[in-house]
Design a protein around this ligand. Structure first.
Ligand code: AQP
Length: 331
């Protein structure tokens, strides 16, 4: 089966609808016919400042949410990035292969460092996409299910793989981004020019674990526009278009069908119905997450087994890379 890898950062108490529709839903649907490796990328999370106790807790909550959403540790390899030291090790080799100018062109860094404030931007945030390349290449992944914001990082990964293969001989598989049509970029409900984010402002994000009342209220107060008609128009009506896209992704009804359904009705009706669609969808996920977090020892066992499986694949790839770049093997 084709190999797939993806990761998600434990940078908030809960994932967002953007994470779910842009990436995690594909993680679940791909696991049946792929050899899937999914990780909670805690090394990536510390590219911005984290409280240690909070990070530990969020890593467990992240793993619980992934399982609650449908990632099955029996058919996917689910693990925590820092449990597999090969990620950081290959990350260093990849850094030495990356041009400074090349890394400087990454638009997510420009966006995040700007939102962060230049004074608190770390070198780790700058080299983040290079570590991500290592994550992917370590497993020889062919497909990488991610949201639109990650397209450029997967392109960089391909460039680095091609460079390594050219310099040291055929080693890495070239991965392809697998970006879903429809909800690849879920927008912030308060600032629909920006993508919904789990940790960065603006804060019009819908969180999977939020209380249903909070979610309904967020959707009710979503920024739309002064018009009345419920129709998709990404340029003129980005807010309404975003709400329709979320509805369509969750209900499985096409945008055209939804426009027809809301003919003669206003934004208020759309928001009311969407709030129901979203909270109905999330109720079982929340219940299952709570259940899983009641036994963190079991969760930790699952993650340890995942890390052991991941290392079986990662260790020989790293050993091959170390030999090829000319590191003297320890005697
Ligand atoms: N708004 C979004 N629409 C579609 N997909 C999205 N993703 C994130 N936001 C959206 C996808 O979710 C996956 C995991 O994201 P990540 O944790 O690696 O970090 P990110 O891309 O930087 O997303 P966030 O939620 O904004 O995280 P923070 O706040 O920590 O920076 C990725 O596949 C991403 O494409």
């Amino acid at each position: 089966a084709p190999r797939v890898l993806s990761g998600i950062q434990p940078t908030a108490d809960s994932f967002t609808l953007g994470n779910y529709l842009g990436a995690l839903r594909q993680w679940v649907s791909m696991q049946d016919d792929h050899d899937a490796f999914y990780c909670v990328v805690d090394l990536h999370a510390i590219t911005v400042e984290q409280d240690p106790a909070v990070l530990r807790r969020r890593t467990l909550v992240a793993a619980a949410q992934l399982i609650a959403l449908g990632v099955d540790p029996a058919s996917s390899t689910l693990f925590v990035q820092s449990h597999v030291p090969e990620h950081a090790q290959l990350g260093w080799v990849m850094q030495c292969l990356t041009g400074f100018g090349e890394a400087s062109r990454m638009t997510q860094f420009k966006d995040k460092s700007q939102r962060q404030g230049a004074g608190s931007t770390s070198v780790g945030l700058f080299t983040y996409p290079v570590l991500q390349a290592a994550d992917i290449l370590l497993y020889q992944a062919e497909r990488v299910p991610v949201g639109e914001d990650q397209r450029q990082h997967v392109e960089l990964t391909r460039d680095l793989a091609t460079r390594f293969n050219g310099r040291y001989g055929a080693t890495f598989t070239l991965p392809e981004a697998y970006i879903p049509p429809g909800a690849a970029k879920v927008l912030d409900l308060q600032t629909p020019e920006k993508q919904m984010s789990k940790s960065l402002p603006p804060s019009g994000g819908v969180f999977l674990l939020d209380d249903p009342k909070v979610t309904a209220k967020k959707i009710r107060s979503a920024v739309t526009d002064t018009g009345r008609e419920v129709v998709a128009d990404p340029v003129g009506k980005p807010g309404v278009t975003n709400l329709l896209a979320i509805h369509s992704a969750l209900s499985g009804r096409s945008t055209a069908e939804l426009e027809e359904h809301f003919t003669g009705r206003g934004y208020g009706d759309l928001k009311k119905e969407l709030a129901e669609v979203v909270t109905d969808h999330l109720a079982p996920v929340q219940a299952r997450t709570t259940e899983l977090l009641a036994d963190t020892a079991e969760l930790e066992r699952v993650l340890a087994a995942g890390a052991a499986r991941a290392r079986e694949v990662a260790a020989p790839v790293l050993a091959d890379v170390y030999a090829k770049v000319g590191f003297l093997p320890p005697a």
